[in-house]
Design a protein around this ligand. Structure first.
Ligand code: ATP
Length: 732
């Protein structure tokens, strides 16, 4: 399997270019969408991204395969948005028709058309159907062809196993994910359930489908939550957790679908790569695609390739964390011990093999190869526990190498043994032309280590080199990549340029009923906080739950003190204990609840309103400051008004806010600060200034990331040119 040819599976896949190519640099590939064979549906509006596809609305009874409605029906359809009873979808973007929309519409109609048949079938029949399409996928049938049935099956399994039937908009989201989009879905719109669609479809080929999320807790929670659905389709699910050992990781990766964190996927990739190098199995693919080497051979590595990855919280992982390097210092001791012991075992038994009977030597290539009797002998020889856990293919390789070394590499001819710098014996190669000692040189492909074990001296298996990969590089290695997030639209251009994942804004299943209250601007933070506390007091009296987001822990504590003074009971959340936080955040929709949180707290947790809250007007969210990225603000806002619930939010600002300094510069912000100190009441008309400052910060960060990426790309290119592995031969 190579990164390139797997894409034949899905010719419209936007990531189909070689993941090694950094698209941001290559103008041929970058950002044009032209290489995708069709319009990606994305529009750049003077550096700002406008949404690609405005609406996907349900419409009643258009027969499958019927021509799409004329664009003029768009508005009509939009008005009916939220009605999921229709069986066909009208999909017209604000920018007119897009070819993929017509395709998606047809596919949705096909999925819907299968529903009544599947509904009538017993569970066993569903399982059979699932098995049948798996065979078809394995036999090479295109996944795109299997999509309608696969999605209809997933929907039916969801309905039966979880009492959740995928909404039409979720099916559309799922189709887009299959085609490599980042689907922007409002919080609470059911990303977890939507993910099951492309995960199931991609799992059919048997190459593994990964779901990467931000923490262990979410990986486990979502996997366990969706597991009954997959079980109904006969699909197993693996979960990777940080403390897992190699054996359990290998088992989790062997499952059809694997949930884990981006970090763990990255570390496992690096550990596997280090291991492959330690076993000298990396040369052939070192300069190319690491994934290619992962499928066959021994079973000691944990991953079995990187085929499809669906990234949850895509903006946070693919953009905020993009440059974060994942670094590991060494291969684990037990793995090293295993390698050393296998060298010794192979060396100790090497002389027991007879030429022609147990092995042959190729007359031209001089390659040693075990015969079937030889292999049988390898299997029959006694082994220690460590050696036994080594893959058989590896044991054959170690044996062939050991036989070769015993026959061809002679002491004092090709090498000498002498005390090294540290006093321990070492092998020094004798240069066959000059007869001189070739200090510091080593044989490759494990020969050096095999000689060391023959001479019974310390085996110089690399102790594990620092290995490094950035989150971005990791995901670029997946030939099929897609993402989900609550807030991608503002990062659309970056996502497309770096990962070639266009963004689709998936409309909400029910029309949102979230009211935006007018921004309030104050001269100083003190006045702003006083006003915030006033608002909390007022709304709290009505019983509506309130969620307040702050930019830092100290500000949340300041607010907490002010609330204490007023005797308002509340919970303060900082991003410390994810699990406990999730529980508190989940309860934040209760009557009279007041929750103060920093932006990351409880992310990914559903806030359900308790009974009666909806009637009171739903939850109210207070944003106390603008963040450097509008995305983060929208995450907070998205916590209210979920799934058609009512809710409201308000943005508070003050002239001494950090965003003015970072966005407009010290001079200007100082002037505003002085002006603010002299301002008594509110200056709401200045709100635009803050958005402008935020936009400037966003643009600067984007530029910085691009520059960094360019340097990284240059470094990798240079390393490849001199035969180094950019992930393992890492400069500090
Ligand atoms: N098709 C559906 N039918 C019934 N309930 C659904 C459906 N889809 C989602 N839900 C419900 O919606 C809620 C939100 O789902 P989920 O937590 O997956 O949302 P999310 O998009 O991941 O939100 P967040 O942005 O907070 O991660 C859940 O309680 C889930 O049970």
């Amino acid at each position: 399997m190579s990164a390139g040819n797997t894409n034949s599976e899905n010719p419209t896949h936007p990531n189909s270019a070689d993941p090694q190519v950094d698209p941001q640099i290559d103008p041929q590939l970058a950002g044009t969408g032209a290489d995708l064979g069709e319009d990606t549906g994305e529009i750049l509006d003077s550096g700002e991204i406008t949404d690609i596809i405005e609406s996907v609305a349900t419409e009643s009874s258009l027969p499958p395969g019927a021509p799409p409605p004329a664009p003029s029906s768009d508005d009509e359809a939009n008005k009916r948005r939220g009605n999921d009873s229709g069986k066909t979808l009208s999909v017209v973007s604000r920018q007119g028709f897009r070819p993929q929309l017509i395709r998606w519409k047809r596919q949705l109609a096909q999925v819907n058309a299968l529903e009544s048949t599947l509904k009538a079938e017993p569970d066993t029949e569903l399982r059979k159907r699932s098995l049948a399409i798996r065979y078809r996928a394995m036999a090479g049938e295109k996944l795109a062809t299997l999509l309608p049935e696969a999605y209809a099956l997933t929907r039916e399994a969801g309905r039966r196993a979880l009492s959740m039937r995928h909404y039409d908009v979720q099916i559309i989201g799922g189709i887009a994910l299959f085609e490599g989009y980042v689907a922007e879905m409002q919080t609470g719109e059911g990303k977890t359930l939507t993910a099951t669609l492309p995960l199931y479809l991609h799992s059919l080929t048997g190459k593994g489908a990964h779901l990467a999320t931000v923490n262990d807790y979410l990986a486990k929670r979502d996997a366990e939550w969706m597991q009954p659905l997959f079980a109904m389709l006969g699909v197993d699910v693996g979960i990777i957790q940080t403390p897992d050992d190699q054996t359990s990781r290998r088992k989790s990766y062997a499952a059809a679908i694997t949930y884990g964190t981006a970090k763990e996927f990255g570390f496992d990739f690096l550990r596997d790569r280090l291991l492959l190098r330690a076993q000298n199995r990396l040369q052939t693919e070192m300069l190319g695609d690491g994934g290619a080497g992962f499928g066959g051979g021994g079973d000691e590595i944990v991953m079995r390739g990187m085929h499809f990855c669906l990234v949850d919280e895509a903006d946070s992982i693919l953009i905020d964390e993009a440059r974060t390097p994942l670094i590991i210092g060494s291969i684990e001791d037990n793995v090293r011990d295993q390698i050393v012991e296998t060298y010794r075992w192979a060396s100790d038994t090497a002389t027991e093999y007879e030429l022609d009977d147990h092995f042959t030597i190729h007359p031209d290539t001089k390659q040693y190869e075990l015969t079937s009797r030889g292999r049988q002998k390898v299997r029959a020889l006694p082994k220690s526990d460590l050696v036994r856990t080594m893959g058989l293919v590896d044991l054959y390789e170690y044996t062939e190498r050991a036989i070769k070394v015993h026959r061809e590499f002679l002491l004092d001819r090709q090498y000498v043994v002498r005390p090294g710098d540290k006093g321990e014996d070492e092998i020094v190669i004798v240069d066959e032309f000059t007869g001189r000692l070739a200090e510091g040189r080593k044989w490759r492909d494990g020969i050096h280590q095999a000689i060391e074990s023959k001479e019974n001296i310390e085996i110089s298996v690399p102790t594990g080199q620092a290995a490094r990969i950035t989150v971005q590089d990791l995901f670029l290695r997946y030939p099929h990549l897609a993402g989900m997030t609550g807030t991608a639209a503002t990062s659309a251009s970056e996502l497309r340029r770096i990962y070639r994942t266009p963004v689709l804004r998936v409309p909400t299943n029910k029309p949102p009923r979230r009211a935006r209250l007018k921004d309030r601007v104050f001269g100083t933070m003190e006045r702003k906080f006083q006003a915030i506390v006033e608002e909390i007091k007022e709304i709290h009296a009505t019983g509506r739950p309130i969620l307040i987001g702050t930019r830092s822990i100290d500000k949340s504590e300041l607010l907490s003190r002010m609330l204490n003074e007023l005797g308002i009971e509340h919970k303060v959340l900082n991003a410390n204990n994810v699990e406990q936080e999730a529980e508190i955040v989940a309860a934040a929709g209760g009557t009279g609840r007041v929750t103060v949180a920093t932006n990351m707290a409880g992310r990914g947790t559903d806030i359900k309103l308790s009974d009666g809250v909806e009637k009171l007007g739903g939850m109210h969210v207070i944003c106390t400051e603008l963040h450097d990225a509008a995305r983060i603000d929208r995450q907070l806002i998205g916590r209210c008004g979920r799934q058609g619930d009512s809710g409201s939010y308000r943005q508070y600002l003050s002239l001494d806010d950090d965003i003015l300094k970072t966005g407009l510069g010290v001079k200007k912000s100082e002037r505003l600060k002085t002006q603010g100190a002299a301002t008594g009441g509110s200056v709401d008309r200045l709100a635009k200034l803050f958005r402008k400052a935020q936009l400037k910060v966003e643009k600067r960060h984007f530029r910085d990331r691009m520059v960094l990426m360019h340097h990284e790309k240059e470094r990798k290119k240079m390393q490849r040119e001199i035969g180094q592995d950019p992930y393992l031969d890492t400069p500090d």
